[in-house]
Design a protein around this ligand. Structure first.
Ligand code: SAH
Length: 261
């Protein structure tokens, strides 16, 4: 998928930003950089800011028009610092990353391009109209314009996160299958209910909990255990502790050796 994503920088004036964008791309696993009429490229500042992402700069395609950069693209998204009232769907970077995944999922041929504008004036309305979606990083409206390379960083980071989330989903499923041993499965709602009843009982018996003055204790404990995602093995331990506490309160000899789990 990364192989089919292009980062297109239009008419960049500061070569350092080209280097910064290249670095951000390589960090996030992207490699296809298109430069539409850069003012000053190649340039030592670009190389310096790329900090080792030289291959991205060396392979960057320098073209004369946006059209050339977009040849072979089936989805084009443009970025803008200003929330321009143009009739395009406005997305934030996270939504745009999901759109990119959806696009590839649908099996559409061709590349996806993310287009970035000039440092001083951004993309023209005409250029933005070449884009199906318009991406705005929801920055401070009083100070909305990010540095160009920083804007590239935000977008490519979101793309990477979306890809990782996607790659992880089946992994989680696999983990669940591998852990299908009974003990590793989450305690059922029913088991949790029985535990809470048992816990409340013991807390009353030891004098910690007064049902006349409950102080939301049980609700708070439910929230705490809810966060812990208790599995069946852990549930056995918790129930064992309660049972032994009750036995001890009644002066019965303890099992010693603790739990048998
Ligand atoms: N004065 C210009 C600022 C351009 S900043 C303008 O108002 O458009 C240079 C480029 O960085 C932009 O064209 C865009 O590609 C990107 N960028 C900067 N801030 C952004 C933001 N908040 N959302 C989306 N892209 C942004």
């Amino acid at each position: 998928m990364s192989e089919n994503i292009r980062i297109v920088l239009v008419n960049t004036s500061h070569p350092g930003n080209i280097g910064g964008a290249a670095r951000a791309m390589k960090n996030m696993g992207l490699s296809h950089l298109y430069l539409v009429e850069p003012e000053d490229f190649p340039n030592g500042n670009a190389k310096a800011r790329a900090s080792g992402a030289d291959d991205i700069l060396e392979n960057a395609r320098v073209v004369k028009t946006l059209d050339e950069a977009l040849q072979g693209c089936s989805l084009v998204m443009g970025t803008s610092a200003r929330d321009r009232r143009i009739p395009l769907s406005l997305l934030d970077p996270r939504e745009s990353a999901n759109k990119v995944l959806e696009h590839f999922d649908a099996g559409v041929e061709g590349d996806v391009a993310l287009v970035f504008g000039r440092e001083h004036s951004g993309l023209t309305n005409e250029e933005l109209q070449r884009c199906k979606f318009h991406i705005h990083i929801p920055s401070n409206p009083e100070f909305s314009s990010l540095n160009l390379a920083a804007a590239v960083q935000v977008l490519v980071y979101e793309l990477r996160m979306a890809q990782l989330a996607r790659a992880e989903a089946p992994l989680k499923q696999r983990k669940f299958e591998a852990s299908s041993m009974l003990n590793e499965q989450p305690a059922s709602a029913d088991e949790m209910e029985r535990y809470f009843e048992h816990l409340e009982q013991v807390l009353i018996e030891v004098g910690f909990h007064d049902p006349q003055k409950p102080r939301h204790l049980m609700a708070r404990l439910r929230r705490l255990y809810g966060r812990a995602e208790v599995n069946k093995l852990e549930m056995n331990i918790l129930r064992g502790i309660l049972t032994e506490t009750q036995r001890s309160l009644r002066g019965e000899p303890g099992k010693r050796g603790g739990s048998d789990v």
